[in-house]
Write a protein that binds this ligand. Structure first.
Ligand SMILES: Cc1ncc(COP(=O)(O)O)c(C=O)c1O
Length: 397
């Protein structure tokens, strides 16, 4: 009998570079913890890549899924559906009141919808400006939007009309705008690219530029939205509203969902037949998502995220100053943050953390990324930090 790792290695295409012997097979989760096939327990500082905002198997999410699964699992969008309607209301009223939403199944799909809407908005304007180091997905259009050549090269020719500004450099964007520009798409906090936070003046400058040129400002909050920055949406940190907002990851509490929220002025751009998704707005997924949003919006939840984010920042900054030969800088906001290293040890540190029962993420060889569940307790955070501190000593001179 083959074990799970052997089966996966034989039958799934190896796009994720899992390492036999080093990559655990996870079978159970509760709160901030997961367990592997050998019943080894891990503290999760990764949340399934920013997905499990309420931790693992949160009771509100589990019961929402159970109840809806017993009632009706799928209908198609040929019919009205209660969970979809309720989710649309809570999403719009808590992001861009007066707007509307399109529901999809992933971040890439939400961004595809945004790109299509931006292109249809003004005939002749089809170009989208994104940013170096950005990440917007893996479909052909969204990988083109992603400003990282390593993800694009094998799939050329790419989709026409994308160009890349320099993050936090307004002039670089102004130089790219022309009379065919449809919109600017940006992550207010670049996640996959290494956790870079947009400056206040940069975001405000982009808003003015878009208003002046009559083009759409699109915020990709697939990773930094859903409470991660300490606000429900990262745009709230800037007091600047985008025209289109995309969300996914944490939105479904672990089930696949994507959403594009559209500001009031642009709700009629897409018309019947322009766009669709078989599973978009699926009742089970929407019920889970409703449970997540209702929990995030409970009194005090998001201020708790800010407090825990402050604790994480202070402790990571202390680790950096205690190991000046190894640590370079802290970046982030709330519970999305990174520790950049001077030495190329990120993958090794990640491996040691896994061995010690802590799941973190290495981006390349120099960046450690932390995305713990928003429900994590301060003592769990401190436990994880203790492990990181201990391991940093091993890699420090
Ligand atoms: C900011 C951002 N946008 C889009 C995506 C793509 O989302 P998905 O993998 O759900 O298609 C990601 C995934 O990491 C992301 O971080």
């Amino acid at each position: 009998m083959k074990n799970i790792q052997e089966l996966e290695n034989q039958y799934t295409i190896n796009t994720y570079n899992r390492q036999p012997g080093l990559t655990p097979c996870l079978v159970r989760g509760e709160g901030s913890y997961v367990w592997d096939t050998g019943d080894k327990k891990y503290l999760d500082f990764l949340s399934g890549l920013a997905v499990n905002v309420l931790g693992h198997c949160h009771p509100a999410v589990v019961s929402a899924i159970n109840e809806q699964a017993q009632q009706l699992i799928h209908t198609s969008n040929l019919y009205y559906s209660g969970p979809q309607a309720e989710l649309a209301e809570i999403l719009v009223e808590n992001s861009m009141p007066g707007g509307k939403v399109f529901l999809a199944n992933s971040g890439a799909e939400a961004n595809e919808a945004a790109i299509k809407l931006a292109r249809k908005n003004k005939p002749g304007r089809y170009k989208i400006i994104t940013f170096e180091g950005s990440f917007h997905g893996r479909t052909l259009a969204t990988v083109t939007a992603t400003g990282q050549p390593k993800y694009q090269k094998p799939f050329a020719p790419l989709v026409e009309g994308f160009s890349y500004g320099i993050f936090n450099d307004l002039e670089s964007v102004e130089r790219l705008v022309d009379d065919q520009t449809a919109g600017i798409m940006i992550e207010p906090i670049q996640g996959e690219g290494g956790v870079y936070v947009a400056d206040d003046s940069f975001i405000k400058g982009l808003r003015s530029l878009c208003d002046r040129e009559g083009i759409l400002l699109i915020f990709d909050e697939v990773q930094c939205g859903m409470g991660r920055s300490g606000k429900l949406w990262a745009f709230e940190n800037y007091g600047v509203m985008p025209d289109l907002l995309t969300a996914a990851k944490g939105l479904g509490g672990g089930l696949p969902i994507g959403a594009m929220v559209v500001r009031d002025k642009f709700t009629d751009v897409l018309q019947p037949g322009d766009h669709a998704s078989t599973f978009g707005g699926n009742p089970v997924v929407c019920s889970a998502s409703l449970a997540v949003l209702r929990t995030l919006l409970e009194e005090g939840f998001l201020t708790g995220v800010e407090d825990k984010g402050d604790l994480l920042r202070q402790e990571l900054e202390k680790i950096i100053s205690d190991h000046a030969d190894l640590g370079y800088e802290y970046r982030g906001r709330g519970l999305i943050c990174a520790l950049e290293l001077k030495k190329p040890e990120a993958k090794n540190i990640q491996g040691r953390c896994t061995a010690e029962g802590l799941l973190i993420n290495a981006i390349g060889e120099h960046i450690l990324r932390f995305l713990p569940p928003l429900t994590i307790s301060k003592s769990e955070l401190e436990d994880g930090l203790k492990t990181i501190r201990r391991i940093m000593v091993e890699f420090s001179a």
